[in-house]
Each structure stands twice: as C-alpha cells, then as structure tokens.
Ligand binder design. Structure first.
Ligand code: M6R
Length: 364
C-alpha cells in the first residue's frame, strides 16, 4: 500500500507531479482550459461580480493562494472564509457571488454547512473536491474533481497541490471567457501549470538536503514562517503542516507585520523559514528578513534559483527551480511538506496519524 515508502505521507508527497497532470490534462482542449465536462457555463463565469472561497485547514490555505492569483488579475473581489466562521458571519452574498468550496474529503461538516448557507443565499457553488460522490460534491451546483487519488496520511499534501491546480485552471477559464487572457496567453498559462510537475520532482529529489536542514531546527520549540502576498499564503500552510505532525509550535506571519509585535519573539537561533518568491515584493521581504537576522534568527530562505541574494542574509538557502512567480507554490509546497515530514520523523513521531487529529472532520 505504501509502495515501498516508509509512510503514506512520503508516498503522497511523491505522487504530486503525477496527480497534478491527472487533474489538468483531461481538462485541456487544444491547450486551453475546458470545463465543459463539468457543465460549468461560461455565462456564469462571465457574470459573477465577486467570489467567496470557503474551506477549512489546508483547503482554506489553497483558497488563499487562489485569492492571491485571481483578485489582482480578474479585478473581482475574492474573500476567503474559514467555513466554521462563515456560518455565523451573516455573510453578504447573493446570486452575483460565485462560491468556491474546497474540500479533499467532501465531508467536512463546517464546509458542508457553509455550502448549504451559500446556496440558500442564492449563490452558485462550484466545489473542488477529491472524493468522488461525497456529500459536498453531491450538494454543489458544479464540481471540479481533483484526481489526487486516496489521501491516507492525516497531513494533507497532494490534495493541497491538486486543489491549487484545479483552482488555477478555473482561474484561467475565467480569464479567457472574461477577455482578460487571449487564447495564446491562456495556453501559455496552462503549459506553465503543467510544467510545475517537473519543478515538484526537482524538489522531491532534494529530500536528503531538506532532511539535513531540518536537523538545525527540529530541537527548537518555536518556528516562524514569513512571507508576503502569495508567499504569506504558502507560509500559513508550512506552519500548519509543521504543527500538525511535529508538534513544534509554528506561526506564519505576513513579513511586514512582524514589527507590529511578533518580532519581540525573535532572539538568538530562533528558526525562521522565510519565503521570498514574489518578485514585486521581493525587496520588501528581504528587508524584513534582515530585521530577523539582525536579531539572531536562524534563517532558512526559500527563493527561486535565479534570485541573487546578499551573503549573510540567511543561514541556509533552498533554491527552487526558476518559475514565473504565479507558479512557485508547487515546488515551495513540496519543500514545506518535506520540512514537516522530516521534523516528525526526526522526533520519532507518528507521521501519518498525529495525535488528536482525524482525516475527515465530521463534527462541528
Ligand atoms: O477534507 P477537507 O479538505 O475538507 O479537510 C479540511 C481540513 O480538515 C484539512 O485540510 C486539515 O487541515 C489537514 N489535516 C491539514 O493537513
């Protein structure tokens, strides 16, 4: 069942390049995104004026990545809500709102209740679901299934990256039908998305290096993840993964927010995983990294391979393949998953079945 891997989580990390292709390839027609098998009408994608993304945990973090992609490019307001909060927020949504519900299991109770509420308010729901025939899939107006296959480890890995792939495809279809992308542009986007499979493979091959880096952080009680924009969305997922399977206290901060309080916690040797892949805010993130380095942090910096960084800014640099910065999420996700995985292994913990957690949360 584990195909020779020591844990399901490692097997599932390794499956990511393959399942990304399985999710995208059947939805390409002449290189362009095609959601006709899902019956999603272009008219819907054209007419909606705002988007509400609803999910829990890792699925919600996938939604945050999608928000960072969609809102600035389509110029549509996108709000990401934690399902258990959305239910009690008296949300302002109606038939001009597209609700995107994301769930690996399709059974998370808060996400399901939020979906029902969104539909009651008149919003159309597209869900991004992994488990075929699950309740969320059945109750949605439209479903984009991720073809991730069964995910056994409690810590979500491949479900996250295929959710993002599916959301990127939906974005590209919207960009096309709304006239934001030309066919040529959309084709290039989809081709870049598919190429992320090989960027993930590259980082998977780096697993021993990441295992070694983890030895420098695994014995500290707290780890901070920082980034800006999309990099902040990645940081949230990196911190969740580390907490859930290594039991190390981990926090993600928008790098620019550190000096509003949290930097007080940065002292000698405190590990900081700094993600700086977003070009338009790179200089700002680097300046925040200098601030933590100056306070003695042990900085692990994640950047693309073509990025020039000053000596001394980080203790270790992990370089991901050169990517357009819309797509760095895929190789970065692999690195963050491997950091959490090796932290759990090095502490001798139960990687696949962490304490207090269930794979599918069917209680409120
Ligand atoms: O099945 P779902 O995607 O609805 O589950 C949502 C969360 O419970 C899930 O992503 C959880 O956060 C993961 N265990 C994190 O690795």
């Amino acid at each position: 069942m584990k195909n020779g891997f020591p844990h399901f989580m490692m097997k599932e990390i390794h499956e990511q390049p393959e399942v990304l292709k399985k999710t995208i390839l059947p939805r390409l027609t002449k290189g362009l995104p095609d959601l006709s098998d899902e019956n999603i009408p272009d008219e819907l994608l054209k007419r909606i004026t705002n988007i509400r993304v609803i999910a829990c945990g890792t699925a919600m973090h996938a939604g945050m990545v999608a928000r960072a992609l969609i809102e600035p490019r389509l110029r549509i307001p996108v709000t990401v809500s934690i399902a258990s909060e959305f239910r009690y927020e008296e949300p302002l949504i109606d038939d001009s709102t597209l609700t995107i519900v994301i769930s690996q299991s399709g059974e998370t109770i808060d996400t399901l209740a939020a979906l029902r509420l969104a539909r009651e308010c008149g919003s159309t729901v597209i869900s991004v679901v992994n488990v075929k025939g699950s309740t969320i899939a059945r109750e949605s107006d439209y479903v984009i299934y991720t073809h991730g296959g069964p995910e056994i480890a409690v810590a979500s890995t491949k479900a996250y990256t295929v959710q993002i792939a599916a959301l990127y495809l939906l974005f590209c279809r919207m960009a096309l039908v709304r006239g934001v992308y030309t066919e040529e542009h959309a084709e290039q986007f989809m081709s870049d998305l598919l190429n992320c499979a090989s960027a993930m493979e590259t980082m998977i091959r780096d697993e021993n290096t990441i295992n070694e880096i983890v030895t420098h952080i695994v014995n500290y009680p707290d780890v901070f993840f920082i980034g800006r924009g999309m990099d902040y969305a990645f940081s949230l997922e990196g911190a969740l993964k580390l907490k859930e399977i290594s039991y190390i206290h981990a926090e993600a901060y928008a790098a620019g927010e550190l000096k509003h309080g949290t930097i007080a916690l940065i002292t000698d040797h405190v590990p900081v995983i700094a993600i700086a892949t977003q070009k338009h805010i790179f200089a700002k993130t680097i300046s925040n990294i200098r601030e933590v380095k100056a306070r003695g942090a042990y900085v692990v910096l994640l950047v693309t391979e073509d990025t020039a960084v000053d000596e001394g800014i980080a203790d270790v640099i992990i370089r991901i393949p050169k990517e357009d910065d819309k797509f760095t999420v895929f190789p970065i996700a692999v690195v963050l998953q491997l950091i959490a995985y090796y932290a759990s292994v090095q502490k001798g913990l139960d990687v696949d079945q962490p304490r207090n957690l269930a794979k599918s949360v069917t209680v409120e």
